[in-house]
Ligand binder design. Structure first.
Ligand SMILES: NC(=O)c1ccc[n+]([C@@H]2O[C@H](COP(=O)([O-])OP(=O)(O)OC[C@H]3O[C@@H](n4cnc5c(N)ncnc54)[C@H](OP(=O)(O)O)[C@@H]3O)[C@@H](O)[C@H]2O)c1
Length: 348
């Protein structure tokens, strides 16, 4: 209980207090902190003590929250967390990079709201490790189900929902993140195998996953369905570059599919959203250079790329808007990038 008195309460302060009461209350959680109902009990000093960290200064904000005892942090409840209550979320490509970060970000955002995370990828050991780390960090409030799934194999995708335990099938959010780039070869020297794996994963895999989950969304509610599809595209889908013709073509295909699907689902509450990152430091470049870490590191020399957490925060942001808000299309760069090949490199 915060009990703060001032006599007499200045009118402006009372108005301020009334305006911020709900926000302060929701930021601190309803179970562990109760605020007095009368705005007159606040003064400007007290208000700034509680409002400035929350509304004006991110660094003070971080300090305030990091100083809270762990249990208080655990029980913090907000409108954002409540919008995830009871939801089941599927993330493809959750074993590393953006997908892995997205799993942690969802868990941290709603640690006590009955959230279920279905993490999929080919490397199931990595998924099991992530499930363990999430449990260590947030406890048993988030359930995590690791599922081995190669999205480039249509028969695996076809069996995906049917093979889930019954209580995991009511899926609300699909994050289509699995994807890869192979090589920097230019036509006519691009390996057929690389062409096929990029299209089978980035395009056909994403479309097949969407088709597998969409019937669940369409059957929900009375407005033609509800649920969220978040497709991870790329700046490469908007600005094709030499040495990336196939990858760029796959991401352009994702963009077209996403935009068409949003139009097809116009009469429903199903949100179709795309996030297009610029340069993010993940295993992406290691995969591009067939495991050659030195070549991958050279991609990031002298630049300050995005982190996978940066994109994960945006995924969680778009999913946790009010149901009538569709963040349809988002392009995200680090500050020194302004296009597919437009980077400011510090001398190294
Ligand atoms: N990093 C960037 O600069 C960047 C920029 C724009 C867009 N993106 C996009 O962001 C997404 C995530 O990439 P990332 O940067 O996080 O790279 P990453 O660290 O290499 O992660 C890629 C993920 O996709 C999974 N994956 C690959 N092929 C798969 C398949 N056939 N079936 C199932 N999962 C598969 C991988 O898991 P397994 O290997 O365990 O299967 C891994 O979890 C991709 O769609 C990528 O195109 C990345």
């Amino acid at each position: 209980m915060f009990s703060i008195r001032t006599t007499p309460p200045p009118a402006a302060v009372s108005r301020l207090a009334a305006r911020y009461l709900t926000t302060i209350s929701s930021a601190f959680g309803t179970t562990t902190h109760t605020l007095p109902a009368t705005p007159g009990h606040y003064n400007s000093k007290t208000l700034s003590r509680f409002t400035i960290p929350i509304f004006s200064s991110p660094s003070t904000n971080t300090k305030l929250f990091s100083n809270l005892p762990p249990q208080t942090k655990r029980t913090m409840s907000s409108a954002v967390a409540k919008r995830l209550a009871g939801k089941t979320i599927v993330i493809t490509g959750a074993s590393s990079g953006i997908g892995r970060s997205t799993a942690f970000e969802f868990a941290r955002t709603a640690p006590n709201h009955g959230l279920k995370l279905i993490l999929t990828a080919r490397r199931v050991d990595a998924l099991e490790q992530i499930a363990k780390e999430i449990r260590q960090e947030v406890g048993e409030g988030v359930q995590v189900l690791p599922v081995k799934l190669d999205v480039s194999q249509p028969e695996e995708v076809r069996g995906f929902v049917g093979n889930l335990p019954e209580e995991w099938r009511d899926i609300h959010v699909l994050v289509n993140n699995a994807g890869l780039v192979k090589g920097v070869a230019q036509a006519p020297s691009i390996a057929e195998e690389d062409i096929n794996v990029m299209f089978a994963t980035n395009v056909t895999g994403l479309i097949n996953m969407t088709q597998a989950i969409l019937p669940i969304f369409k059957a929900r509610g009375s407005e033609g369905g509800s649920g969220d599809i978040v497709n991870i595209g790329s700046i490469a889908g908007r600005e094709p570059y030499a040495g990336g013709s196939i990858y760029c073509a796959t991401k352009a295909a994702v963009r077209s599919f996403t935009d068409a699907l949003r139009k097809e689902l116009i009469a429903t509450r199903i949100r179709v959203m795309e996030i297009d990152p610029g340069q993010v430091e993940t295993e992406f470049s290691v995969v591009r250079f067939y495991g050659d870490k030195n070549k991958a590191d050279a991609v990031y020399a002298g630049v300050d790329p995005l982190t996978p957490d940066d994109i994960a925060e945006i995924v969680v942001f778009v999913v946790t808007r009010r149901e009538n808000v569709v963040v349809a299309d988002t392009l995200v760069f680090p500050s020194h990038q302004a296009g597919a090949g437009i980077m400011h490199r510090k001398s190294t």
